[in-house]
Write a protein that binds this ligand. Structure first.
Ligand code: S3P
Length: 453
């Protein structure tokens, strides 16, 4: 698929879409597998640019990762003492999860070993003091550039232990600190002010780590991990595209075998609040809840609001929630969004800008979006700016935009959902075609007006 594409709305979708494996779980299965003693088997991993970055980092730290396209992966670790000093800079690509979790792991390398983690231009602009500062408080030696951005450098030797509270709600930061504790010399207690996804805690426990969880705090004790066989369920953040597509078009879409960890599916509550019909049936509970979700829409959509404390449960789905709000009858207010400014792009700003170009009424606040609906969307020329979540939301918007969407940066979907364009065309909701290369090379955006608070 070329990087500039044209999207044209088609039929109301009705059917089933199987989504690829969960990104957060795949990262963790690979990286934790690298810390275990023995061979971990990962079925249905997400095979995408971000998770391949984790596999490359695991290899560079001494694990053997065998991953054949379309098949599962195996990770052979040699325990914490088998971790080796990488001979090169570790390129984490676009993946914040890889870089932050690996920073925690790198503290567990032998004393003196140096690990330097970097990534693409987007990742090199993202804040890393949030992980380096608490690692230092636990006794690690870790550094960022003066601006607090990557490269991040970490010396091995193991943290001494202690208690820290994360400054921002971030499962990546929490996970890095827990991994440092697992590989360190004394227990580490990590407290959060707001709950974030707990996949690391669940996976560590399933691999035999000693963990004590109490409220919003987890204490991890240094110790070995045993390898595990994981079957990775579908990614709810990928399924979210199809849930919102059904809700805004008046269609019905079913996503089987999706991860239903409560810390990941806040969007389902938002869809229900908006008046969509949502059926989520948990079919399996251990180590993570998994099940089938069906979303259908009947009647007009209602405006949405949420408690900022719930944002971590839908942090990657906010662009889709904002699109949903453009079709709701009334004023929606999406609060607590400051973390969106430090994702792969300033997503808060880009969502406000793109929705405005599509004709929606949006006001961008410092950490909120106010959206007045319903607005019939019109076609526009949009850009993902290399951010997969923006590519997805503009693609879903094309299903209701009169006049079609020209999208630059379509290849960004490969970060988390390589088959996305085929899946979208498969729903029948949007026709996807190439933009002739001459047109694709021209200026990409119209000027749109965003209300500023
Ligand atoms: C992730 C945590 C979230 C999320 C990201 C994946 C994880 O990031 O946005 O896509 O796997 O732990 P933050 O920890 O920065 O909130």
């Amino acid at each position: 698929m070329s990087d500039a594409i044209h999207l044209e709305r088609r039929a109301v979708p009705d059917g089933t879409v199987a989504v690829p494996g969960d990104k957060s779980l795949t990262h963790r299965a690979i990286l934790l597998g690298a810390l275990a003693e023995g061979v971990s088997r990962i079925d249905s991993p997400l095979d995408a640019a971000d998770t391949r970055a984790s596999a490359a980092v695991a290899r560079a730290l001494g694990a053997r990762v065998a991953w054949r396209e379309g098949q599962g992966a195996t990770v052979e670790g040699h325990g914490a003492s088998g971790l080796t000093e990488p001979s090169q800079l570790l390129d984490c690509g676009n993946s914040g999860t890889t870089l932050r979790l690996a920073a925690g792991m790198a503290t567990g390398l032998p004393a003196g070993a140096l690990t330097v983690l970097t990534g693409d231009a987007s990742l090199r602009a993202r804040p890393m003091r949030r992980v380096v500062d608490p690692l230092a408080r636990l006794g690690a030696q870790a550094w960022t550039r003066a601006a607090g951005t990557p490269p991040v450098a970490v010396r091995g030797g193991g943290v001494t232990g202690g208690a820290v509270e994360t400054a921002v709600p971030s499962a990546q930061v929490k996970s890095a600190l827990l991994l440092a504790g697992l590989l360190g010399r004394g227990p580490v207690r990590v407290a959060e002010r707001v709950a974030t996804r707990d996949h690391t805690e669940r996976m560590l426990a399933a691999m035999g780590a000693r963990l004590e969880r109490s409220g919003l705090a987890t204490t991890v004790f240094p110790g070995p991990l045993r390898p595990l066989a994981h079957r990775i369920p579908g990614d709810p953040s990928s399924a979210a595209n199809w849930w919102v597509l059904a809700a805004i078009t008046g269609g019905r879409l079913v996503t089987p075998h999706v991860l239903l960890n409560p810390a990941r599916i806040g969007l389902l509550a938002v869809l229900r609040q908006a008046g969509a019909e949502v059926h989520a049936e948990v079919e399996d509970e251990v180590p993570e809840p998994v099940g089938t979700v069906a979303v259908a829409h009947r009647g007009p959509l209602s405006p949405i609001r949420w408690d900022p404390a719930d944002v971590p449960t839908l942090v990657d789905e906010v662009p889709l929630a904002a699109l949903l709000a453009t079709q709701a009858h009334g004023r929606s207010r999406l609060d607590g969004l400051s973390e969106l400014r430090v994702k792969e792009t300033d997503r808060l700003h880009e969502v406000a800008r793109g929705l405005s170009l599509l004709g929606a009424q949006v006001v961008e606040h410092a950490d909120a979006l106010e959206i007045l609906g319903p607005t019939p969307l019109r076609g526009a020329a949009l850009d993902s700016h290399g951010d997969h979540r923006l590519a997805f939301v503009w693609a879903i918007a094309a299903a209701i935009a009169e006049g079609g969407v020209d999208l630059r940066g379509a290849a960004a979907v490969s970060v988390s959902y390589p088959g996305f364009w085929e899946a979208l065309a498969g729903t029948g909701a949007v026709a996807v075609s190439q933009v002739p290369s001459a047109a694709a090379a021209g200026p990409s955006e119209q000027t749109g007006k965003i209300g500023q608070a």
